[in-house]
Design a protein around this ligand. Structure first.
Ligand code: GLU
Length: 279
């Protein structure tokens, strides 16, 4: 078993992160396997080195240890570019310069039906989707969307399923078209996306088991499709419950009231954190 914790260094780790990190760490240790970290810092506008340093400090304080060196996504751009080239050569990507506002406007036009929300927000209405497969070199500096219908044609009747909490789940091809749609696989200012990077890196790090929050459960169908397109292995998945505050609201990075560092400064011990998240 090889597990990972993959935080984005955009704010303090809170109780929800502690839960996820401890779960992955302890499962690896219990099975005699390994636990790795990955710093998901592709959003250069939000990632900060001081948050990365704070992540290591919090995890060490919690008593976790991990394999070195730590993978940092900002060092992995060549690997993402290679994956994008492969997808581009398959003819399943197209460039798109629509802004979020354009998409909302297109969706609220009278002839459109009601707006469907997918894992990345409103399902893209297809404004930039070309009638024929784009040719020439892969464009950069623009968003690239996955042409969902073409991607499904490309994989034909290959199996599209994954293991969730020990059970095999079939990914619905209809749901991919209707409820996920043409998601961005490269974002304009990033030249990659969460979906692409997580799939490429889980494979590169040899992750066998992904345990992450239920908020990412819906994204898994996209990840499994990318794994099939790119011939990468699928890890087993568990999407765990989210830690909520007393009002039932899920914790966010900006809630530093539940930051691990805050508990530490208040004199709590790592064991108290484990107890707070029922581990
Ligand atoms: N970087 C993501 C986050 O902090 C986690 C990604 C994952 O576990 O797949 O929410």
């Amino acid at each position: 078993m090889r597990t990972r914790f993959a935080p984005s260094p955009t704010g303090p780790l809170h109780l929800g992160h502690a839960y996820s990190a401890i779960l992955n760490h302890d499962a690896a240790r219990a099975s005699g396997g390994s636990f790795v970290l990955r710093i998901e810092d592709i959003d250069r506008s939000r990632a900060r080195p001081e948050w990365e340093a704070a992540i290591y400090e919090d995890l060490r304080w919690l008593g976790l240890d991990w394999e070195e060196p730590v993978m940092r996504q900002s060092d992995r751009m060549p690997a993402y570019a290679e994956a994008l080239d492969r997808l581009w050569d398959m003819g399943v990507l197209y460039p798109c310069d629509c802004r979020r506002r354009d998409i909302i406007e297109a969706l609220s036009a009278p002839q459109e039906g009601s707006v469907t929300y997918g894992p990345d927000g409103p399902v893209y209405p297809g404004t930039c989707r070309p009638g024929t497969v784009p040719t020439g070199p892969r464009p950069t500096g623009t968003a690239l969307r996955l042409d969902m219908r073409r991607a499904l044609q490309r994989i034909g009747d290959a199996p599209l399923s994954y293991i969730e909490s020990g059970e095999r789940i079939e990914v619905s091809r209809d749901a991919l078209v209707d409820a996920v749609g043409d998601v961005a696989i490269a974002r304009r200012d990033m030249d990659t996306s969460y979906h692409l990077s997580v799939v490429v890196d889980d494979a590169a790090q040899g992750i066998t088991d992904v345990m992450r929050g239920a908020d990412l459960a819906d994204a898994t169908q996209i990840h499994v499709l990318l794994q099939v397109l790119l011939s990468l292995p699928s890890p087993r998945y568990v999407h765990h419950e989210l830690i909520r505050d007393e009002a039932g609201k899920r914790l966010a990075k900006r809630d530093d009231a539940r930051a691990i560092s805050r508990y530490r400064d208040d004199g709590h011990r790592p064991g108290d954190i484990r107890a707070m998240v029922n581990l």
